[in-house]
Design a protein around this ligand. Sequence first.
Ligand code: PHE
Length: 447
Amino acid sequence: MAERETWGTRIGFILAAVGSAVGLGNIWQFPFKTSTEGGAAFVFVYLVAALLIGLPAILGEFVVGRRANINAVEAFDRLKHPAWTVVGALGLLTGLWILSYYSVVGGWVTRYIVGSATGAYFAAPAEYFGRVSMGWEAIAFHGGFMAVTAGIVAFGIEDGIEKATKLMVPSIIVMLVGLAVYAFTLDGAGAAYEFYLSPDFGFIADNLGTIVPYAVSQAFFSLSLGMGAMITYASYLGDDDSLFADGSLIVVLNTAVGLLAGLVVIPLLFVQFGTVPDAAAGGGAGALFVSVAQAFADLGMAGRALGVVFFGVVLVAALSSAISLLEVVTSYVVDNYGYSRPATAFGFGGALFALGTLSAWNTAWLGWFDSLAYGVLLPLSVLLGVIFVGWVYGPEAVDEIQKGTSNGGSFATAWLWSVRTYVLAGVFVTLYLGVTDIYSAPPIPFL
Ligand code: PHE
């Protein structure tokens, strides 16, 4: 069998993993969930979850991927635990489920590049969002986004992914910092910082049941966990990399981008609405689009150019994430069934386009797909992965995680302990709360 390709450089892996992690989850979803799920309380729980649960969990996926050196489904077989293949399969399913509506939002972003160039949303940002976020136009842009994603995956990992991400991460940070500073100078932004940055612990305690499942699952979504993506990426990793160093860098960068996006969106919402508006008023899923749209409109001609660049960069971030979602299933099918890469990528892309038309037709469906991903699929998939790494694969995982580090012994033991105990408990509670939340109000929408 041919030698499997590995990342050309350590930075290549980090960029690709960050490219997968940084996406609509940070820029669109994190500010929007912050606005609807309690502001700073949500942010606080999210930060704790990203560091204390997300980091150990991402290391677990790296361990499985690098050790097995194969796609996320067969990885468990290769590690001699074939029954756990269900974890890989569930991750695959979760990723596909999410990609179906991720692409719809990617379509909105694309639509806003055009809308920025023509100034189409300048007069009435909230009304414009309501018009382009659902219906035939949304379906068409969703189709375009999915086609480009499939096209890039069809050409293979090195060419498609590594190049696009190199520029994306620095430029997204520069754009967000610029916009955050601009928002800070506007009248009416002041109250936003209180809402966004000053958590009320009494509120957290009273609303733990809803904040925890959203915030913890948000950390999983944002770090690309529970979808086989990090397993697949780490499978291309050499033994001389420190998983802990790479993982920490990825978590920190990813969290920073989310926080920055919040520093843009929340203040801009307050400037425009004096509060965080509900979905009907242009908040909710529209929060990113409606908030920056107004800022660009206020900047006139310069706003058009800025809008094109901003949504252009967001599009690259969305694409590099969508690519990694599709890559998981493509690499499995290509490795295992010998279908051609292009046929596989376009086949799945076409099927997911069809599934995603529901979300593009009506954002109520998008919300339903999203709730099921957050409340059930993500926490279940991460939970099973954590049980596997901690309790089934334990000692070998410790051996694997130490490779590429000089004195990883005590760290590795601490990591295993955390995965076996509180990480597992935290993810379990998240799943429990997520399931009861969904069960108490099943949000199945009408067409
Ligand atoms: N983490 C990505 C985001 O925040 C989404 C994603 C999840 C991408 C899983 C790939 C795999 O947008």
